[in-house]
Design a protein around this ligand. Structure first.
Ligand SMILES: *Cc1c(COP(=O)(O)O)cnc(C)c1O
Length: 361
């Protein structure tokens, strides 16, 4: 059986190192907020070219904490894409703000910067720009729009660890950026994990307070915080995995190239890399009016594709709004299909997938 994403091969490859880390973790006697977590925060900030990093429990928390740190709540509007993990929109709602959905670009699946501009009102306080499927969104244009309108930019980099725009890492463009280390992400823990990056000291300090009960230096509490920490075991795994991130991303790009070579002569929409961008292929998303036929044919051969996403967030019962129409998003979701892609996916599996698709289209 082949799945759309599968974290097992990379963990199998690193099994001995992971076991050693687990053994020294037990011996260390330090299980939460010890040296592994601070080391990872330092390494991850450095890798992304950003001043501060804070480990948290997951990306949904990271987004909520970042939004609260910049004082977003009731009465505020936050703009984001509807084609994203529902977590992005949940975080906005959880802080009490209103989610305003944007359409996607016509030549890709990322948030449309022109629609961002159109959706800004007097209540808009922030934009959450998602780098979907591992491909950077038009972050320079969105940053400009945010600056012109004096609103915050938060990047959701949960699918794009290591992707670059003009050689600069995603996550270094916004006022803050949020990452998930869920086991199938490009940088993956063996459990839950997340991080917030920022160059602004006051945002970092506020996030640090909010992620641990509102504590300032473990003494005074002036704000109602929560508990959202990255634990020592996951942090030690992440320190190891961070050393392999570029190599694993390169493997994903090689798999993508094999798909491009195999599928380019077929009547299928393929992902496009914009000039100056370097994506990390969290997903390999094709587009076809025969999507269902392709999906079922592959399934008959025990190959299970994904849909990212089957339903855009603005069509979810919890987020449905009157008069919210996003034509490009609605058109694309019926045609997209995420093919298997992950470090360790074998060449012969890719060839088989390509030839099975050829049977159908
Ligand atoms: C996975 C993901 C999240 C949620 O991450 P968790 O760590 O599961 O909370 C948020 N946004 C995007 C774009 C994601 O892909």
């Amino acid at each position: 059986m082949i799945f759309c994403s599968d974290p097992y091969p990379q963990n199998e490859k690193l099994k001995n190192e992971l076991n050693e880390l687990f053994n020294s973790f037990i011996k260390s006697g330090s299980y939460i907020k010890g040296p592994n977590c601070s080391q990872f925060e330092k390494n991850f900030a450095q890798y992304n070219g950003v001043k501060f990093a804070l480990g948290v429990a997951n990306a949904t928390d990271a987004l909520e904490i970042a939004l609260r740190a910049i004082d977003i709540g009731q009465g505020d509007e936050v703009i984001t894409t509807s084609l994203t993990a529902v977590a992005t929109a949940c975080a906005i709602k959880n802080v009490g703000a209103e989610v305003v959905f944007c359409d996607i670009e016509v030549d890709g699946y990322n948030i449309d910067p022109l629609d961002v501009e159109r959706k800004i009102t007097g209540k808009t306080k922030a934009v959450i720009a998602v780098h979907l499927h591992g491909h950077p969104c038009d972050i320079n244009q969105i940053r400009k729009t945010c600056d012109d309108n004096n609103i915050f930019l938060i990047e959701d980099c949960s699918q794009a660890h290591g992707a670059t725009v003009g050689g600069k890492k995603v996550g270094s463009f916004g006022h803050a950026s949020c990452f998930s280390f869920y086991p199938t992400k490009n940088l993956a823990a063996l459990g839950d994990g997340g991080a917030i990056l920022t160059n602004k000291k006051y945002i970092f300090e506020k996030c640090t307070e909010l992620h641990q009960y509102g504590w300032v230096n473990r003494i005074s509490v002036s704000e109602n915080g929560r508990n959202s920490r990255l634990d020592e075991l996951q942090a030690s795994f992440l320190n190891l995995k961070l050393r392999y991130l570029d190599e694993f991303n390169e493997q994903r790009r090689k798999i993508a190239q094999l798909y491009f070579n195999g599928l380019e002569s077929m009547n299928i929409g393929l992902p496009e890399e914009k000039l100056g961008n370097r994506g990390v292929f969290h997903q390999f998303v094709i587009s076809s009016s025969s999507r269902e036929k392709i999906k079922e044919h592959l399934q008959d051969h025990k190959i299970f594709c994904g849909l990212h996403y089957e339903f855009p967030v603005h069509e979810q019962p919890n987020f449905r709004k009157k008069n919210c129409k996003l034509p490009q998003t609605e058109k694309q979701v019926s045609m997209i299909l995420s093919l298997p892609i992950y470090p360790g996916l074998e060449r012969k599996s890719i060839q088989k997938i390509v030839s099975l698709i050829g049977d159908v289209v």
